[in-house]
Design a protein around this ligand. Structure first.
Ligand code: ADP
Ligand code: ADP
Length: 224
């Protein structure tokens, strides 16, 4: 799906967390929102998800205003920085959970979970609990779980922030490959310039609630 933000304004009290935001994200694109802490990245992500309502402007997903689409119909998947896996469920059960809620037939759930495990390289880990996994493995489970119901848009909020540097480097290229393989439109929040350059097709730089620049990764290091 494609996503458009038109003249978005969002204030918390007197503070403008989003100031005149205009963005268009094409179908299948992997876009990074890059900026320092407090620059308004998460606010943008939360508004796209419909978790916050802008004070002004429109958020359009495939031609429809996001607030006119029922939450369950939005087709949005999330990955958070702190994994947010279910601690008392195995990897298999974590991946199956959302599909069980949707009351899919057992056979179909099993097929989808096996497909996700193969896609994300989690084979052999099905019966482990989150505390029996490494940070990188947990984040791959979180990613697989977000993809389970076949969303059309994936939102990732600092997905590697809690992971050590070496594993983080591996996960970046892994994520880029996964997202392009699945072909899902994705928006990725980070404060790490190298990460944005390595992962994204396009980089949107936020500063003080505004968009400072929209650039291809190759252009980022050219400007002071
Ligand atoms: P980033 O993701 O770039 O770190 P955020 O979008 O989280 O930035 O926050 C932007 C600004 O809005 C920050 O100054 C933050 O303190 C403020 N803010 C975010 N959410 C709230 C809230 N629920 N209530 C009040 N202020 C908030
Ligand atoms: P229930 O609905 O009673 O939980 P399930 O068929 O969903 O039954 O699964 C039973 C258990 O077997 C679960 O704990 C799940 O982790 C495990 N399981 C089911 N299928 C697989 C599979 N293909 N690979 C690994 N574990 C599986």
């Amino acid at each position: 799906m494609y996503v458009e933000l038109k003249n978005i304004e969002k204030s918390y009290g007197n503070y403008k967390a989003s100031d005149h935001i205009n963005i268009g994200i094409g179908k299948g694109k992997l876009v990074a929102l890059l900026g320092p802490s407090g620059s308004g990245k998460t606010t943008i992500l939360r508004m796209i998800a419909g978790l916050e309502t802008p004070n002004a402007g429109d958020i359009i997903i495939d031609g429809k205003r996001v607030n006119d689409i029922a939450p369950a119909e939005r087709g949005i998947g999330f990955v958070f920085q702190n994994y947010a896996l279910f601690r008392y469920m195995t990897v298999y059960e974590n991946l199956a959970f959302g599909l069980k809620i949707k009351k899919l037939p057992k056979k179909q759930i099993k097929e989808r979970v096996i497909e996700l495990i193969e896609l994300t390289g989690l084979k052999g880990l099905e019966k482990r609990y989150p505390n029996q996994l490494s940070g990188g493995q947990r984040q791959r489970v979180a990613f697989a779980r977000a993809l389970a119901p076949n969303p059309s848009l994936l939102l990732l909020d600092e997905p590697f922030a809690a992971i050590d540097a070496k594993v983080r480097a591996e996960l970046r290229s892994w994520l880029r490959e996964m997202i392009h393989k699945v072909g899902i439109t994705s928006i990725f929040v980070t404060h790490d310039q190298d990460e944005a350059v390595e992962v994204a097709d396009e980089i949107i730089i936020t500063n003080k609630g505004q968009i400072e620049q929209i650039a291809a990764p190759i252009e980022i290091y050219k400007n002071p």
